[in-house]
Design a protein. Structure first.
Length: 254
């Protein structure tokens, strides 16, 4: 049962905003109603309010709806005030320059991680790899496995049970027992790894950032191309580095 303090109209407004998370830039009112399971009248009221406040905008030619630029204000406010992001940004930028590979920070959020700092290497061509705010699953990402390795087996298993274990590529491991084996490997080595599981042709390693109780709150990722590196050589070279930087940033936890 929801608390008496819970505001259902506010929940509906956020459902409308979250409807744009399926990859579509523009949505009609009917599509928003379908995606949110709101009746058309409720969807219309939410849309009107969000347009008036700037969180949604209308495409001039078709009047279809898109996320408003004001949404970026919230992202900016979150990032510029988060102590961990503030501490990590110069460190990861320097790390990226030193090693010539992508160095990123993601925030741990239950079954997934959200990229908050991203640096790029000279040969990047994948658009999404440059964007903050991307949510990735913990079960098949290097940073996610590092984070899960800092939890008990029972907690890690519960997160897997609540995760959508789907293949992102043909190499994505989705069997719970095999995932837990990779988590155990991350626990032994001090860093997680993922080879071609999130993106074809990519190898990545990740170290867990923990709070004062030793629980995971974020992860450092270092990613490279399998055109350039053999997976085992990349892991040997950069796995300990990801773990080292993660340990350093654990001192700046939010």
């Amino acid at each position: 049962m929801k608390s008496a303090l819970f505001v259902q109209s506010l929940e509906k407004a956020f459902k409308v905003l979250e409807a744009f998370g399926n990859g579509d830039q523009f949505l009609s009112l009917s599509e928003i109603a379908d995606l949110t399971s709101l009746d058309k009248a409720a969807a219309q009221r939410c849309v009107h309010t969000l347009v008036e406040t700037g969180y949604l905008e209308k495409e001039p030619r078709t009047a279809r709806l898109m996320l408003g630029k004001k949404c970026l204000d919230l992202t900016y406010s979150l990032l510029r005030t988060n102590p961990l992001v503030i501490a990590a940004t110069p460190i990861l930028m320097q790390l990226g320059r030193d090693i010539g590979e992508r160095a990123n920070l993601s925030l741990f959020d239950g079954t997934s991680l959200i990229y908050a700092v991203r640096t790029q290497s000279g040969d990047d061509s994948y658009f999404v790899s440059a964007l903050i705010g991307r949510r990735i699953p913990a079960f098949c990402s290097a940073g996610g496995r590092a984070a899960l390795s800092r939890l008990s087996i029972e907690e890690a298993s519960d997160i897997l049970a609540r995760s959508k274990l789907v293949k992102w590529t043909r190499d994505t491991v989705i069997e719970p027992e095999q995932i837990l084996a990779k988590v155990a490997e991350a626990r032994d080595r001090g860093f997680g790894s993922s080879v071609g599981e999130m993106m074809v042709g990519e190898v990545s390693v990740g170290g867990a950032i923990v709070d004062s109780a030793g629980r995971p709150i974020a992860a450092v990722h270092i990613a490279g191309s399998l055109r350039k590196w053999q997976a085992d050589k990349f892991e040997e070279r950069f796995g300990p580095e990801a773990a080292r930087v993660a340990q350093l940033l654990s001192q700046h936890r939010s």
